[in-house]
Design a protein around this ligand. Sequence first.
Ligand code: AMP
Ligand code: MG
Length: 360
Amino acid sequence: MKTIYAEMTEDRIDGDAIAEAGRILREGGLVAFPTETVYGLGGDALNPASSRKIYEAKGRPSDNPLIVHICEAEALRGIADDIPQEAWKLAEAFWPGPLTMILKKKASVPAETTGGLNTVAVRFPSNRIAQELIRAGGGYIAAPSANRSGRPSPTIARYCREDLDGRVEMIIDGGEVGIGLESTIIDLSELPEKAPMILRPGRITQDMLQSVLGEVGQDPGMLGMDAAAPPKAPGMKYRHYAPKGILTIVEGRREAVIRYINEQTERCGGAGRKTGVICTDETVGAYQADVVRSAGSRADEETVAHSLFRILREFDEEGAEVLFSESFADGSFEQDAAEGIGQAIMNRLIKAAGHRVVKV
Ligand code: AMP
Ligand code: MG
């Protein structure tokens, strides 16, 4: 298949390209497109054949459910049953935006889209290109991240091209995404018996959700630190976001972390292996590895979230084989437990590292 490319910005949307993308989606084809979180790989969520194609293009296991993207909150009624008041409150507070809600599904949503579950994941993105595309495609677009399964989620269109060229009908280049990590996922499907629960951390934090709903729980397996508590969101069990090199997270006080990483990279470098380090603006001058990348400042962790997936891909481009990252978790660098978007960063980093964490 020859992939069509289109370029536009949120301020200058190319109506013809959107119309063509909409036609492709309605005919059962696939279109990669920008959202405010990461690039998505879109297909008609109500067409089982489209969902099957998404799994095939990504090489993703088909029991890993897809998120359905809508372009107005009211569209919830078309795919979800018994919608609780809490869902409308969250929609009012955070939509359009980086929040996905799990609700009971209507029969109209095919099992292929939900990985066989009787619930459906729904999000209304704020990116205007995404909104126009969803409208043109019929209003319900299933869209996982637009990467091959297991690779870091794409934050620019070139990464979609690297993973999906020739596997999808169209890729829309809308520039670099803003947030850089996937949406927060909250499960509302067990209300009123069970309180809402966060299944995946993201830009919308537990505090923000609690300010609207009161008590909101967290899936104990969510941070991936506890092997005894498997995550509740189905896809979380798969290897994710992984660079080609072997990544280890190093936790501890600042000086000990720097010393350990420098010892390791010097040893590996001596053995002829190319090394890489993910650090922060505060420490970037302290490392001697072949490829040293600051993800941003600890004082503003949103910068770290924004850069993380790009840096993981850059290590691959540089051919770095042995990788280390500073931790953003509990106690490291004498800071408080990971909270806010720090949790989302650690959740992705731990998966990228295949749970390899060293405490020094
Ligand atoms: P993404 O990789 O951003 O497309 O996110 C898809 C993830 O959303 C899946 O891997 C699941 O973890 C989660 N998800 C989607 N649908 C459901 C659902 N019905 N119940 C629980 N988690 C879901
Ligand atoms: Mg993904």
